[in-house]
Design a protein around this ligand. Structure first.
Ligand code: DHB
Ligand code: FE
Length: 265
């Protein structure tokens, strides 16, 4: 619907695009190649393959918009948990699971990890009751469940709701670094720019609770060799974590303590 804001934003986009074409003396042939890339992204996009978002992400747009939107969040130790991009592979309606359950099904190998912590109000430090953690990550083969016919539906996803103590815990895998899908326009762009498609190992979260601002974020494994080199520019210092070897638990080889801090509206 028309509004002053929309006129401003679209008008400015047109102005910058025209400037870009003039400055670079874009030819009809060059413009047609770009158009073909956009059309191909549209043709490939479906609910399993979010190619349009992938293309924007390798251009750094989603990360930039995340930074602009949440610029007030600092990396101070007592600030609300920093945000990070959603990425193309979140799915609505992940299964609700009981605390302490695993999200890992039908997968051989992998480093099982007990992730646990507390969701607090960042100002008061009080535990947040009724906070929902929506979590998702890739299998050791680098594929999210919707990209991989060999995984059960909704594998490596789950929603967990905290009780009075604000605590959560679940079993997942220590993720591995992996390439974003590069057999389409996003890959073409990376290739044209001499860039690699790797993302550092990460786990995604949406954390929300009544009365609090939801946060979309990811945590990143410090030991990953792509930690300073994310193909979609999402890593923030305060989101880098250390997986710890875990002894005496026959369900997991690693432990990952991590607390989330929420801000009220
Ligand atoms: C992107 C984000 C992800 O989390 C991922 O696993 C793959 C791609 C992206 O931003 O394009
Ligand atoms: Fe991801």
């Amino acid at each position: 619907k028309a509004s002053p804001r929309i006129r401003q934003v679209i008008g400015s986009a047109i102005q910058h695009l025209h400037d870009w074409a003039r400055e670079n003396e874009i030819t009809v042939d060059e413009w047609m190649s770009g158009l073909e890339l956009i059309n191909e992204a549209g043709r490939m996009s479906n609910d399993r393959r979010n190619e349009g978002q992938l293309v924007c992400d390798v251009l750094g747009l989603e990360s930039l918009v995340d930074e602009i939107t949440y610029k007030l969040a600092t990396s101070a130790a007592d600030a609300p948990t920093a945000t990070a991009i959603l990425g193309p592979f979140w799915r609505a309606d992940a299964p609700k699971r009981a605390m302490g359950e695993t999200i890992v099904h039908g997968i051989e190998g992998g480093d099982h990890t007990l992730m646990h912590g507390v969701v607090t109000d960042y100002l008061t430090g009080a535990p947040v009751e009724g906070a929902e953690l929506d979590v998702w990550h890739t299998a050791p083969n680098g594929l999210y469940e919707q990209q991989d016919p060999d995984q059960p539906d909704m594998n490596l996803r789950g929603r967990f709701t905290t009780g009075k103590d604000g605590r959560y815990s679940f079993y997942c895998l220590r993720p591995t670094s992996y390439p974003i899908p590069f057999d389409g326009p996003a890959g073409t762009l990376l290739q044209l720019l001499d860039r690699h498609p790797m993302r550092p190992a990460h786990i995604h979260f949406i954390v929300k609770a009544p009365g609090y601002k939801p946060i979309i974020t990811q945590i990143f494994d410090r030991a990953d060799k792509h930690i300073t080199d994310d193909a979609v520019f999402a890593v923030k210092d305060s989101l880098i974590v250390d997986f710890k070897p875990l002894q005496g638990n026959d369900r997991a080889q690693f432990e990952l303590p991590y607390n989330f801090r929420l801000a009220t509206y």
